[in-house]
Every structure is written in C-alpha cells, then in structure tokens.
Ligand binder design. Structure first.
Ligand code: ASP
Ligand code: MG
Length: 434
C-alpha cells in the first residue's frame, strides 16, 4: 500500500531465535548477520528470542524453574512465571546489546511492553490480543525491535508465560498483529525432515509444507516448531520459514494450501506423502464392555435395552473420569464390546485404576510406537493404505492397530519395530528422492 506521500509501506519480518542460537557469543554473531541481511533486503526486523541455552545452562528456562522450586517446591504458578520469564528477558537484553555493538539501532521490549496481553492461566497462558502500536512506533523510527519471547502480561499487569516452547507463539502472534511478510524461526536444524534423521539417515529437508501438514506432523511427534505458532500464523496466511541459524540452507517454508493471495509459491500439487513421523512410548488399552447375560426370553429385548443404556452411562462416566485425570486418548476406536485407544505409557497405571473403578476389564499392550504417514496430497487418492500395508508387510512389521484422517494414516507397532517401520514407509513413498 502506498500512502499519499508516496512513502512505501513498511515490510516487516519477524525473526525468532531459539535457545541454542543465542547461547554463545559466536552464535549471537550469526544472529546479527541474519538481522543485518533482513535490513539489507529492506525489511523492518522484529527479533524474538528464547532463553539462552538448554537445561543446566545458567539462564535457561529449566534452570530458572528449578531455582524457584528449590526454594519452595510448592511455588505458585504466578511466582514461577515471573521467574521463568526472566530467561527471555536476559537473552533479549544480551541480543539487543550485540546488535547495537554491530552498529544497529536496536531496542528491547518485554512481551508485555510489546503489547502481548494474555489470560491469567499462568504457565500456559493464552494470548487474548496483541496491541501492535508499541512495536510499530519503534519500527517507524527505523529501530530493530528485540522482544523477549514466551511471555505476556495480564490485564492486571501480572507477567505470564505461554507454555513450553512458547517463543514460537510470541513470534507468530507478533507476525499476525504486525501483518508481517514472513515469520522466520531460526533453530539448530535446517528445517523439517521427511522423517527423524536419527532413524532414517537419508531423510531430506522438506522445502515446502502446508500449515495443515506441519500441524499434523507436530501432533504426531515431530518437534521443531510449536503447533500453536502454526495455528496462529495460519489464521492470516502468514508464511513461516524454519531455518538453521548456522547454515545457508533455505530451510522449510510453511505456507497455505490454496486460498489467499499467492504471495508465496504453493506446495507442489503432485505429492501424496510429505513425511513420516513417529511417537514412541505409547500403550494400547482395550476396555471390554460386554452386555450382561440375558435373562428369560420373554424379557430379553427389555433386558438388552436396559443393559445398553447402562453400558452407555458407564462408558460416559469412565471417559469423563479419564479426562478429569488429564489422560488424553488417541487412536480411539469403538465397538459395542470393546473400546480401544492409546495413551502415553506413563499414564497407564492411572488409567487402569480408573477403568477398574467401573468394574471393567482392560487389556494393555505397552511398548508401542505410533508411526504415521502424513500428506495433504493423499486426500481422495486411492491405494495409500495398500502401500502402507505392503511396506510394513515386506519389512515384517505387524500392525497392532490403525487410524486415519484425511491427511494421515497411522499404525501402531511394537517399539522394537519402530525404526524398521519408519524406514520402510520412507522408502515406499520415495521420500529420499523428491
Ligand atoms: N524458553 C522457553 C522454553 O524453554 C520458551 C522457548 O524456548 O520457546 O520452553
Ligand atoms: Mg523451541
């Protein structure tokens, strides 16, 4: 958009740097290069930073949380958030000074100062709105704005944090509020891979992926970006780019599927499968819910109806109880006689206690992994399931259970077959050479 004066519209870029990208002065020198590059390309950069380093490093989030708990293990979430938010504040000041030392006019802001308003769900606060004006004011003066990630402030002025990995969320929320051209997420890997490279040595970096696909992959076990950040960016079709701070590789562009102005190239239309993910340490639970033995013939119909109703009520109560205990279920499959689902292995004892409270019998298969084939291109394409079955069959991997959505097929396999399964599927769909 051009103003009456002929002034060009500001092109804003949000550049988020993760913990390892800001941990050392050498890494921060790379950060400076990326910011300088963005400026040179005519962007107005907003830099969002995570706390420096990883657990054990002096100013890392885990270290700060442990420090609070060491003094009093029953620390209230409000106090914990105030301390946890300091990791990003420390990092943001250090990065600002690094940029200034390189001759850039940079200014630092906390999340609250940058207009990020949240609810008061300490530890996992939701952003309720972002006032872009404080950041815009500085950008208009030609400054680079450095924002402490992972935090916001309530209407009452309490400092909150946005949940672990929440600096990505800060970047996305600012990107949307400022209508940025792109949100760049800098990390220590060069993008999203077709499979976990520790399992599949010839896994490739995916060049372009849709919001939907990355959300699905993140939910199915792929790390790299916080799904909430993707959801936020997706609301306004703002492209995200995941890049490695330490390499020149182009990384992965996350973009829209269709709709919206073609600011960026859409993903290739001829791709059926985009990546393979795996989620280890899950357990399958089968809860048996047989009908009571029937009474005399004459009353059979009535009895059946009664037990059906009773069974429905019991099921409902049991699932409510599981939910109240914070046990989230996945790969859910119902028949009248068996309710089947998977949960995290660490939650098995808790779940079994609840199930037995209802006098129901359950069979547990521990030591499973959920392996998923993800791709928005599989929508309506016949034969994907046949390919999945063929690959696993040939690799000698028995399938314990399956589930699917319009862009995934997931198979539950036993732990020792995880690597074989992921590799076989990666090969079957030719993901090493796309
Ligand atoms: N430092 C925070 C965490 O470790 C937020 C982030 O890094 O994104 O979870
Ligand atoms: Mg992160």
């Amino acid at each position: 958009m051009t103003k009456a004066t002929g002034e060009r519209k500001m092109r804003i870029i949000v550049q988020k740097f993760g913990g390892t990208s800001v941990a050392t002065s050498k890494a921060r020198a790379r950060v400076t290069e990326w910011v300088v590059k963005a400026k040179r390309e005519g962007y107005s950069p907003v830099v969002v930073v995570s706390a420096m380093g990883r657990s054990g490093d002096p100013y890392a989030t885990d270290t700060l949380i442990n420090l609070a708990k060491e003094a009093y293990h029953d620390t209230r979430p409000r106090e914990l958030d105030l301390l946890a938010s300091c990791g990003e504040i420390i990092s943001s000041v250090v990065v600002t000074n690094t940029l200034r030392a390189a001759g850039l006019d940079a200014i630092v802001m906390t999340g609250g100062q940058a207009g990020i308003i949240t609810n008061s769900n300490f530890g996992n606060a939701e952003i309720i709105r972002v006032d872009p004006s404080p950041v815009l004011r500085h950008l208009n003066e030609g400054k680079v704005v450095v924002v402490a990630g992972f935090q916001g402030v309530t209407e009452d002025g309490d400092v909150t944090t946005l949940g672990r990995g929440g600096s990505d969320t800060t970047a996305a929320a600012l990107g949307v509020a400022l209508n940025a051209d792109v949100i760049e997420i800098y990390t220590d890997v060069d993008g999203i891979k077709t499979a976990d490279p520790r399992l599949v040595p010839d896994a490739r970096t995916i060049n372009t992926i849709t919001y939907e696909e990355i959300l699905q992959m993140a939910n199915e076990g792929a790390k790299v970006i916080h799904p909430k950040a993707v959801e936020i960016a997706m609301m306004r079709n703002i492209p995200l780019r995941i890049k490695c701070t330490f390499s020149e590789a182009p990384g992965t562009l996350i973009t829209y599927t269709f709709e919206g102005p073609p600011k960026w190239p859409a993903v290739p239309g001829n791709r059926t499968v985009t990546g393979i993910t795996h989620m280890p340490n899950v357990a399958q639970i089968k809860v048996y819910t047989p009908l009571k033995a029937h009474g005399a013939d004459r009353n059979q119909e009535e009895e059946t109806q009664k037990s059906l109703r009773k069974r429905g009520e019991t099921d409902l109560l049991m699932f409510k109880k599981l939910a109240e205990a914070g046990i989230s279920l996945d790969m859910i499959s119902f028949t009248p006689e068996v309710k089947m689902f998977i949960i995290q292995e660490s939650l098995v004892d808790g779940a079994l206690a609840i199930i037995s409270e209802f006098g129901l019998e359950a069979r547990v298969t521990k030591g499973c992994s959920k392996v998923s084939v993800v791709g928005s291109g599989m929508r309506g394409v016949p034969g994907v399931m046949a390919n999945v079955v063929e690959a696993l069959e040939r690799a000698g991997v028995p399938i314990i259970q399956t589930s699917d959505s319009h862009l995934t097929i997931s198979c539950l396999v036993s732990k020792e077959h995880t690597e074989k399964a992921v590799r076989a599927l990666h090969d079957q769909f030719g993901l090493a050479h796309v």
